[in-house]
Design a protein around this ligand. Structure first.
Ligand SMILES: [Zn+2]
Length: 343
């Protein structure tokens, strides 16, 4: 999931500034050695009355445009696993690395054909609990739950209450409140409470998991494509930094084992769930390295440079709200984010 706290207006402001900077010819210096891109859903736009996860979704056409734009700007496309070697090479071309989180079915159906047409490698980070249909995706469960109901009953920790969700704004406010609730308490307990509330309203979280994500057979089909690789994305998709040492280790070990069962070899790559700065600790980076997950990506925005810490790599999200060719080069440069951080 993408950092939902990033304000669209700030991004837009940054992008407009970035285009001016580009005209001044500074873009090339700013883009460093290239960028790792984050995608989630890649599918034709669906019309939804309430769509709180729209930023996590781009169309196949936009992915095609993004790749074409990067090609025109001279980027070299490599697999994430080859990053260390590529960063050490003398080739001056900036690098572009594509990654897709969570293991959605549409990655096989809609993204793989675009990558194949362009000969671009890509890595899918699959979540064991989704592969095995043992865990829900709470942000998807909530989207369906809130879309279908004009009011919901929930206990956020004070007392049972009825929350009005009869308008788009109220549904979004409830969604944000649930996101804070998940962030603010034991994540497994919070998600279990959301799942129970959804079930009481006739929405089955594990049916959503099955509808949206690839199982082991689907992932095997995906990696029959020589451009595709699989990486680990934990078992339960909880923030690692908030888990005990044993729980964090078990999340990484058991997710690696699930990927190995599918591919026949131990994965080398990992995407930390959520990937925000507070979702990943130094302990988690050490654990990843210890378990052979030598290349690990966050969702903290930034570009690539030589000598970078390979178990805390920044990524740039291709965001569903900004599906224009003009944004791709600007995003890849990292300029908008640098301006956001200082502004
Ligand atoms: Zn994820």
């Amino acid at each position: 999931m993408l950092k939902r706290f990033v304000k669209s207006t700030l991004i837009t402001g940054g992008l407009e500034t970035a285009r001016i900077v580009k005209m001044a010819g500074l873009m090339k210096a700013a883009r460093g050695r290239g960028a790792i891109f984050t995608l989630h859903h890649v599918r034709p736009k669906q019309d939804r009355a309430f769509d709180p996860n729209a930023h996590l979704e781009v169309t196949p056409q936009f992915l095609d445009t993004a790749i074409a734009t990067l090609k025109r700007e001279g980027y070299r496309f490599i697999a994430l696993e080859d990053l260390a070697e590529a960063l050490g090479s003398d080739d001056p071309a900036p690098l572009a690395v594509f990654t897709l989180d969570d293991g959605y079915r549409n990655n096989l159906e809609h993204a793989a054909p675009v990558f194949t047409r362009h000969g671009v490698p890509f890595t899918v980070f699959a979540t064991r609990g989704f592969i095995e249909r043992s865990h829900g995706l709470w942000w998807e469960t909530l989207a369906d739950f809130l879309e279908a109901n004009d009011r919901i009953a929930f206990d956020f920790g004070n007392a049972p209450e009825t929350v009005p969700t009869d308008t788009g704004a109220r549904k979004q406010a409830a969604f944000d409140r649930f996101a804070d609730y998940v962030n603010g308490r034991d994540e497994a307990e919070a998600v279990a409470a959301i799942d129970a509330a959804a079930r009481a309203a006739g929405i089955e979280p594990l049916t959503i998991t099955e509808k949206l994500t690839l199982d082991a057979d689907g992932l095997k089909t995906l990696i029959a494509n020589p451009l595709a690789s699989l990486g680990a994305h934990t078992v339960s998709h909880r923030m690692l930094a908030r888990l005990s040492d044993d729980a964090a280790r078990s999340e990484l070990e058991n997710s690696s084992a699930a990927i190995e069962a599918i591919t026949g070899r131990q994965p080398k790559t990992l995407a930390y769930p959520y990937g925000f700065s507070w979702a990943v600790s130094e302990r988690d980076r050490l654990l990843a390295r210890e378990l052979g997950l030598t290349i690990a990506v966050t969702t903290q925005p930034g570009t690539l440079f030589a000598g970078q810490e390979l178990t805390a790599l920044p990524r740039i999200s291709l965001n569903g709200h900004f599906q224009k060719a003009a944004y791709v080069g600007a995003l890849a440069s990292g300029i908008p984010f640098r301006m956001m951080r200082t502004g």
